[in-house]
Design a protein around this ligand. Structure first.
Ligand code: HPA
Ligand code: ZN
Length: 319
């Protein structure tokens, strides 16, 4: 039996497996510039975050209808459940769809068809987190939050993703303030490719409760001490870090040192269709390659629930 875990860093668009991409392309009459799923999979060689994002946005062209988004989320939830995921806090990127003429309502309602049935179908509770693309403008983020207002009963929080360097958290001060006023929870990607200062800024300017990645905090001992003291969770994604070359090899990943330092680390999959593994695969990889023992694995599993946005009673049921 896999260890029960919560997944807190998962881009639903990053769960689009090549086979489903081709199925949806055929259904929607979209031409993909790859002969088949096998050839597409061969394109999954990334030099950095941007080279991944280029393919990630390109493939989204196949997602057009509510049914597409429902099928995508349902496939993820089935795979996640099989790997021990009992709760998933799921990112989605509305601007990547509205820019292609797909309404935000189509995205949210489609995802909700799967998420609304997930506890009954898969035994996985869920939350939805709307992410702003940080390489788009602050005005676009504000417009996106406005467009999301009819769906806020389905959205727990906001996040910030896409190309990090050159797009510091402060750019999104206003939309985070507005979201906080609407009662939304706040997270942001910071310190994946960007410097440790972006982590500090995400905490101080955006008021985030949890940092996505946060890996580069290890370069700043004072920041590490603060994250430990304030019990700020980090949603680490080890296989993603290897594929996007944020670390040289998995054996070089600082996760063990980060746990030793007392950081509240969690292990997640990020974009599992692209990075070679779902949440349980990430757990297996760090157990095997980093030599984490049973106690450390249990700590990571416990942290994933502690760091989640579940209420205490829900948390007890999910664990
Ligand atoms: N980093 C930033 N943006 C993203 C990622 C990521 O790992 N995955 C999907 N969007
Ligand atoms: Zn991510």
């Amino acid at each position: 039996m896999p260890l029960p875990i919560a997944e807190l860093h998962l881009h639903i668009e990053g769960t689009l497996e090549p086979e489903l991409a081709f199925e949806l392309a055929a259904r929607n009459g979209v031409a993909l510039p790859y002969a088949d799923a096998e050839e597409l999979r061969k394109a999954y060689e990334f030099a950095d975050l941007q080279s991944f994002l280029n393919l990630y946005y390109e493939l989204m062209a196949v997602l057009r209808t509510e049914r597409d988004f429902a099928d995508l989320a349902d496939a993820y939830l089935a795979r996640a459940a099989a790997q021990g995921v009992r709760h998933a806090e799921i990112f989605f990127d509305p601007q990547a769809h509205t820019a292609r003429g797909v309404d935000i309502g189509t995205v949210v309602e489609g995802l909700w068809r799967a998420l609304g049935n997930s506890e009954a179908e898969h035994g996985v509770s869920t939350r939805l987190i709307l992410c702003f693309l940080r390489d788009e403008s602050a005005e676009s983020a504000l417009e996106t939050l406005e467009a999301a207002k009819p769906y806020l009963d389905r959205i727990t929080g906001i996040g910030l993703d896409s190309a990090e360097v050159g797009h510091p958290p402060v750019k999104f001060r206003e939309v985070y303030e507005t979201a906080a006023g609407l009662g939304l929870r706040r997270v942001a990607h910071a310190g994946e490719e960007g410097p440790p200062e972006y982590i500090t800024e995400a905490l101080d300017v955006l008021g985030v409760e949890r940092v996505d990645h946060g890996l580069r905090c290890v370069e700043d001992p004072e920041l590490v001490a603060r994250l430990v003291r304030e019990r700020i969770p980090l949603t680490l994604c080890p296989l993603s870090n290897v594929r996007l070359r944020t670390v040289d090899t998995l054996a070089d990943h600082p996760l063990p040192a980060m746990l030793d330092a007392g950081l509240l680390c969690t292990v997640n999959s990020d974009d599992p269709a692209y990075f070679g593994g779902y949440a349980g695969d990430n757990f297996d990889a760090v157990r095997r390659t980093l030599g984490l023992g049973e106690e450390r694995l249990r700590e990571l599993a416990r942290n994933s629930f502690t760091a989640s946005f579940l209420e205490d009673d829900e948390e007890l049921r999910a664990r």
